[in-house]
Design a protein around this ligand. Structure first.
Ligand SMILES: N[C@@H](CCC(=O)N[C@@H](CS)C(=O)NCC(=O)O)C(=O)O
Length: 203
């Protein structure tokens, strides 16, 4: 089994953090996005979508999509549980993971990809207006998230979950996108600091 990895890019990072939380070590195959290695014929043969991460099982099965890879390992090794136990908790974690993807990670990614000069080759065409359009959406969502985090320690409730991993990666991705969490969002900042202090965050 091997995991095609993409260094500091957010989706490979959330898969690595998930594996670190589970204590699972895998051989990593680095894919240099800066050198456009993910567009090489060799990598396109692994993942025709030319995106990372990608997991290749011993029988040759390829699993892409970071959350699909995380779910594979949750099924293989349930402890520590990161997708929840029982219907209500599982649904709440799914809901928050999706909200953090759709309303935070993806809009931040749109800002980064459509405004950063280093992304010119990867995001064709770059649409600066789309980067600008996403900024107020991000601001609105982090304000909502801050309110939500007032009364609970983690994104989906009392337990750390995959939703916190998506949230951590998203908030950290604000820096290269030249975005910042306003100081008054103290609940969000407290939550982010707690997740960032976990050893897995260094993965
Ligand atoms: N939905 C996919 C997204 C994968 C993705 O877009 N990965 C980025 C790195 S974070 C990538 O490979 N980008 C290369 C490109 O856009 O050409 C997932 O969750 O894994």
């Amino acid at each position: 089994m091997r995991l095609y990895d993409g260094g500091r890019a957010p989706n490979p990072r959330r898969t690595r953090i998930f594996l670190a939380e589970k204590g699972i070590k895998l051989p990593l195959e680095p894919v240099d996005l800066g050198a456009m290695q993910h567009k090489s014929p060799a990598y396109a043969a692994v993942n025709p979508l030319m995106r990372v991460p990608a997991l290749v099982l011993d029988d040759g099965t390829v699993i892409t999509e970071s959350i699909a890879i995380c779910r594979y390992f949750e099924a293989l090794q349930p402890e520590p549980v990161l997708f929840g136990r029982g219907a209500p908790e599982m649904a709440r974690i799914e809901m928050w993971n999706r909200r953090l993807e759709l309303h935070l990670l993806f809009p931040i990614s749109h800002v980064f990809r459509n405004s950063h000069p280093a992304m010119k080759e990867m995001e064709v065409p770059q649409v600066p207006a789309w980067a600008e359009a996403n900024k107020p959406r991000i601001a609105e969502f982090i304000t909502l998230l801050d309110r939500e985090l007032k009364d609970r320690p983690f994104a989906a409730g009392d337990a750390f979950s995959v939703a916190d991993i998506t949230g951590l990666v998203a908030v950290d991705f604000m820096k290269p996108a030249k975005l910042a969490v306003p100081d008054e969002l103290v609940n969000l900042k407290r939550w982010h600091a707690a997740i960032a202090a976990r050893p897995s965050a260094a993965a």
